[in-house]
Design a protein around this ligand. Structure first.
Ligand code: JHZ
Length: 411
């Protein structure tokens, strides 16, 4: 069920140096039903390493994807911020790449069809690809045709024959989930029309390291990208980067635009500048990652101490957002149901369940005002602004928020 890797997924060199052992942690989306709370939970190693040759940060232990993705509880439509980001990607794609009602748009890791719905709404042909059986069904019910499978070159050949070439392929927060990046890019090459563009977005390693976002490191995310390894990967395939943007989503992400090399679109000069900035920051050196690991250990101590102090003073504490990252934060910092009374989350599939490893009950957001905890730890810190805006009544009644990263802060 877990495979240990020895060589880098991009450059194949045995140059992986571990810098942050996060321990053995249950799968971050492995929420538990009440009847199973007494059963022993499977825990999986979570160790992250830098490839000192090409610079790709990656997990050393790979969990079988079927364990994680066959039945998936995460849906993007619970956050306005994420849906706005999807709307922006769709409108940017339509305007920049002349997508018309004759064009086909494919979304890899299409989840419940949320991103594709912004194309479908304009009469554009869409096709989703997603391995989660439950979510593919939901997307189909919304009228978004979805192939319930993992993306692969083999699948791409079949789809290309049946559907023709895609003008745009999107992949948001899914490239990091895919073990064989070369096969992914082969699939993209097969599926793209000759003038097509692949738009992918994923958290940016520079933001992750600078802002101590260690909890986005979890079993589902096998790779953590920066520019150098990305260019190394592209040098091995027939796709090139025609543009790249830094976006604010998920604490800082890269939105990368790839096209077929034979079109000879000039490489954007931004890339060189970004690569230089990474070097200046120190992304090429293991010391940078070792000091990141020190800061992560400090957050663990600070957060545990802060919450334990409040609890010892008789304060009540809840959390907001039963996010995958939240489960890493809570497990790594050893914060369980003795410190946190409940987690509020708007996802219907998570409500009524308990968090993996820490067994905190998940309630609807309405319980915040119903129970009025003294403090709320924002475990979905990437949506802190949206959550604070939504819960103005809570703060007006004296409630206080705690943010865990980049440093533990009581607002
Ligand atoms: P959110 C998932 O990670 C898994 P997670 C995945 N691996 C990935 O890469 C990212 O998404 C993109 C809730 N919430 O999006 C909803 C409220 O309840 O940060 C979610 O459960 N009320 C694919 O799980 C959670 O917070 C709100 O107002 O870390 C946020 O999860 C808002 C805004 C969110 O992703």
């Amino acid at each position: 069920m877990v495979k240990k890797i020895k060589a880098c997924r991009i450059c194949n060199k045995e140059a992986l140096v571990q810098f942050l052992p996060l321990g053995r942690i249950p799968l971050p989306n492995g929420f538990i039903e009440h009847k199973n709370l007494k059963k022993i939970e499977a825990r999986y190693p979570l160790n992250v390493a830098l490839c000192t040759h090409c610079g790709l940060v990656q997990l050393l232990d790979i969990v079988d994807p079927e364990e994680m993705f066959h039945n998936y509880v995460y849906i993007p439509s619970t956050s306005k911020t994420r849906m706005n980001n999807f709307a922006e990607i769709a409108s940017q794609a339509r305007q920049r790449f002349a997508v018309t009602t004759d064009s086909l748009v494919i979304d890899i890791g299409s989840n419940d069809g949320s991103l594709l719905s912004f194309f479908k709404g304009h009469g554009i042909k869409t096709l989703g690809i997603d391995p989660a059986e439950n979510l593919a069904k939901i997307a189909e019910l919304k009228g978004i045709e979805t192939v319930n499978d993992y993306v692969s070159a083999r699948l791409a050949r079949k789809l290309r024959k049946a559907k023709g070439g895609a003008k745009v392929i999107t992949a948001t927060n899914v490239v990091a989930h895919i073990k064989d990046l070369h096969d992914l890019l082969s699939a993209v090459e097969i599926l793209l029309a000759d003038d097509g563009v692949f738009i992918c977005e994923f958290p940016y390693l520079l933001d992750l390291i600078q802002n101590n976002q260690f909890d986005t490191i979890y079993h589902e995310h096998l790779s953590y990208f920066s520019i150098k390894p990305l260019l190394n990967l592209l040098s091995q395939v027939e796709l090139e980067c025609i543009d790249i943007e830094r976006t604010a989503i998920d604490g800082g992400s890269l939105r990368v635009f790839l096209a077929k090399k034979k079109n000879k679109r000039p490489l954007n000069s931004k890339i060189a500048a970004m690569q230089k900035a990474e070097l200046v920051y120190g992304l090429g050196s293991i010391e940078t990652f070792n000091s990141f690991a020190d800061r992560v250990r400090k957050i663990r101590t600070d957060l545990h101490t802060t919450l334990a102090d409040l609890k010892s003073k008789g304060k009540t504490i809840a959390a907001y957002g039963a996010a995958a990252k939240g489960n890493i934060l809570l497990n790594y910092c050893k914060i369980g149901n003795r410190l946190i009374d409940f987690i509020a989350d708007s996802t219907p599939y998570k409500q009524g369940l308990y968090t993996p490893g820490t067994h905190i009950p998940i309630y609807p957001e309405s319980e915040i005002l119903g129970r009025m905890p003294d403090y709320i730890l924002i475990t979905a810190w990437n949506f802190a602004k949206e959550i604070k805006d939504k819960e103005k009544k809570y703060t007006a009644q004296g409630g206080k928020f705690i943010i865990p990263v980049p440093a533990v802060t009581i607002l």
